[in-house]
Design a protein around this ligand. Structure first.
Ligand code: PSV
Ligand code: MN
Length: 396
């Protein structure tokens, strides 16, 4: 390996963090059922412990995303506990996720519901989340809306746009100067006819309307088959509107599969757009990277370690693209050479340089092996199995 590539890889890894989702450690499944894992996190403390363990092994995950209803069910009253757990397990709270999709009241929508009382309830919850984020000194508040309808003609799409605009503007007004509002989109599920925030264009317009601290959040699982996600990323970068990512992979719908398990080249191409933007403009794209996966079959800890290592590899590969050469080949429309320049970086084996980076940071060279050798899984299985066994009967 040339020294220059190693320097580029190490520099990239020094600047790459990826947030872990608290819910990725708990027992979750599909709407057809859950396969309970005895080692899964049951309490918020378990989630912080697991996230802390992944961070200790990879050095790349200093923050954990929290879903307020699941992790801080008592709202602001739970802030002190989260602070204590962050201190104890060495991972800080990251993005704060409101939940306006689960309660019975939201059957016909949250901030897009025709009933003003339900719109207010949803808005109040998101404002509470902003206050929680402020108390925890978390920058990003990331609402995702399941709002939509299942049958043509059953809802006024335009009325609902207005209600969304109004609500998100109010949320924005509640942000402190350093906070950001990240608006996530999703084309379908649970709504199957129309979803109120269905794509990046709708999220973009809602963010623009809300105010200057609102950005778009791209969840890689929230696109139609064959959609060119890196092109969306390029547009958002161009307009300074990309706020963050929820990473996962998909084959059919929002499958929540392990990052890069189906199409690693796509994640590489997304990272390439971000590196290329930084190279071309000299500007740092302030993007929050987060995992959004919950595994039904794979062991949750191992899946998370595998995900983080894959993210580091793909990010490192994208960092070694020869941008100057690529720009000149693009200019002369040297198609094969340009494509090969990109592919060359993708196929480059960055793993030895990553191992070296880990060594130099006092991290285990092989985080998965280190995890397997650590005894952590056996310990949490023993500690949690009875509590999870209760879940087996609950969810059976
Ligand atoms: C919805 O599919 C989503 O991607 C949102 O980000 C939620 O917050 C998350 O999954 C967990 O349900
Ligand atoms: Mn998501």
């Amino acid at each position: 390996m040339t020294e220059k590539l190693e320097v580029l890889i190490h520099r990239a890894l020094d600047n790459f963090n990826i947030e872990l989702p608290s819910w990725g450690f708990a027992n979750t499944g599909t709407r057809f059922g859950k396969f309970i894992q005895l080692a899964a996190a049951v309490t918020v403390e378990d989630k912080f412990s697991d996230a802390g363990q992944v961070h200790a092994l990879t050095g790349a995950c200093p923050t954990v995303a929290l879903h307020v209803q699941w992790d801080l069910p008592n709202g602001l009253k739970d802030v002190a506990q989260v602070e204590r757990l962050a201190e104890k397990y060495g991972v800080q709270p990251g993005s704060i996720n409101p939940n306006v999709f689960q309660d019975q009241e939201y059957k016909y929508g949250s901030v897009g519901n025709p009933d003003p009382a339900i719109r207010k309830r949803a808005l109040d919850h998101i404002l509470d989340c902003v206050a929680i984020a402020q108390a925890l000194e978390c920058r990003d508040v990331s609402p995702w809306f399941a709002d939509g309808s299942n049958y043509p003609g059953t809802q006024s799409i335009r009325n609902r746009i207005g209600w969304f605009e109004e609500a998100l503007k109010t949320v924005h007004a509640g942000l402190s100067p350093k906070q950001r509002l990240l608006i996530e989109y999703k084309p379908f599920e649970p709504a199957f006819y129309h979803t109120d925030v269905a794509d990046w264009g709708m999220a973009f317009l809602l963010a623009r309307n809300a105010g200057p601290q609102a950005y778009v959040l791209v969840d890689t699982g929230h696109h139609y088959q064959a959609q060119n996600i890196e092109q969306i990323v390029a547009w958002l970068l161009h307009h300074g509107m990309i706020g963050g990512f929820h990473f996962n992979d998909r084959r059919y719908a929002d499958d929540d599969l392990t990052l890069g398990s189906i199409d690693p080249y796509q994640i590489f191409r997304i990272f390439h757009e971000i590196h290329n933007y930084a190279w071309e403009t000299g500007a740092f794209a302030d993007v929050a990277y987060m995992v959004d996966q919950s595994h039904n079959l794979k062991g949750k800890m191992e899946a998370m370690i595998q995900t983080v290592c894959t993210a580091q590899e793909l990010y490192a590969k994208a960092a070694i693209v020869d941008h100057a050469r690529l720009a000149s080949l693009q200019q002369s429309c040297s198609l094969v050479e340009a494509e090969e320049t990109l592919r060359c970086a993708f196929w480059y084996d960055v793993r030895p340089a990553i191992r070296e980076w880990r060594r130099s940071h006092g991290l285990p060279e092989d985080p998965m092996q280190a995890f397997r050798d650590s005894g952590y899984l056996e310990r949490i299985t023993a500690e949690r199995k009875e509590r999870n066994a209760v879940s087996v009967t609950t969810y059976a």
